[in-house]
Design a protein around this ligand. Sequence first.
Ligand code: HEC
Length: 120
Amino acid sequence: MFFTLTIFLNSQDSISASKSKIVTDSLPGKDLFRRNCGMCHFVNKPFIGPALNRINERNKNWLISFIRNSSKLMLKRDSITMVLYEQYGYVEHPNFKILSKNEIKEIITYIERASNSNSH
Ligand code: HEC
């Protein structure tokens, strides 16, 4: 009984995982993420930059300004930006002024949907 239940639960897991993959694949933010952020970030595990699966804990406007123009936040000595800067070996985050606010919002939506809460 336990065995059957385990198989059942596992198959439910993979069904919901593949469903969420279909959903995230169709988001416009996925391609934008792959092209602009993928060389340094994975959503669910650290790479050159941190894993991004907890960004929903950050303020949305802060996220948009950090992604678009973190240099501006650095100049203002924004506290979160300064802590990240110290934690990640004094590497300045690239600016993405070429992306519109809307494109950045699409990337954030993609990251939030692709976030796997199990790997926090
Ligand atoms: C060249 C490598 C690189 C690229 C490209 C890059 N990042 Fe980063 N990212 C980092 C590093 C390193 C950090 C750690 C903070 C720092 O160094 O300033 C970081 C931090 C972050 C954070 C802060 C995480 C937190 O804890 O709040 C966010 C959000 C983020 N990146 C989003 C993005 C997005 C979205 C893109 C693409 C549009 C992107 N990054 C592209 C390297 C990169």
